[in-house]
Design a protein around this ligand. Sequence first.
Ligand SMILES: [Zn+2]
Length: 165
Amino acid sequence: MGHLVLAVLQVEDAAAALQRMVEMSGDPLVVADATKLVVSQRLVRKLCTRYSREEPPGDELLEWARSAAESGGLDWATASKRFRSATGCPECMNTGYRGRNVIAEALEVTPGIRAALRERAATGRLRAVAIEQGMISFSAHGILKASPGFTTLGEIARHSGSSFV
Ligand SMILES: [Zn+2]
C-alpha cells in the first residue's frame, strides 16, 4: 500500500515538472516508479460574450495556432476555427474579457514515459512522448477552448509565451 502525495511546482508545463522532480530526487527511476500523473494548468481570461464577434485571426496568429495545435496533439485539419475577438462593453470595463477559466494538460506516467525517464530523456523528449501517447498540450487545449469563442486565440498565444502577441 502506498500513499498518494500531491505537490505543486512552478514550471512551464507538465514535462518540465516531471524533469524538475528528476532533478530534485536525483534519480529518474524513483520518479518513474512513484509518479502517476502531472497536470499543468494556467488561468486565461474568459471572453466577454456580450459584444464579442466572430472574426478570423490574422495570418501570423493562425500560423502560431496551427503549429501549436499540431505539436500539441490536436488535429488542426478537423479542429473548429470559429474564433472570436474581444469587444469591450461597460460590463467588462471595455477589456473584452470577463472572468477566468483554466487551460490544462495532463501527462500520465505511462510505460512509454517511464522508459523515457529511465533513459534520462530531456524535457523536449518527455513532452514528445507524452503527446505521442495521447496528451493534449495546454496550448492545444486552449486552442480548442478558443475555437467555440470561450476565449480568444490571442489570449492563448499570450499564455503560451508567444512573443508576437
Ligand atoms: Zn464586455
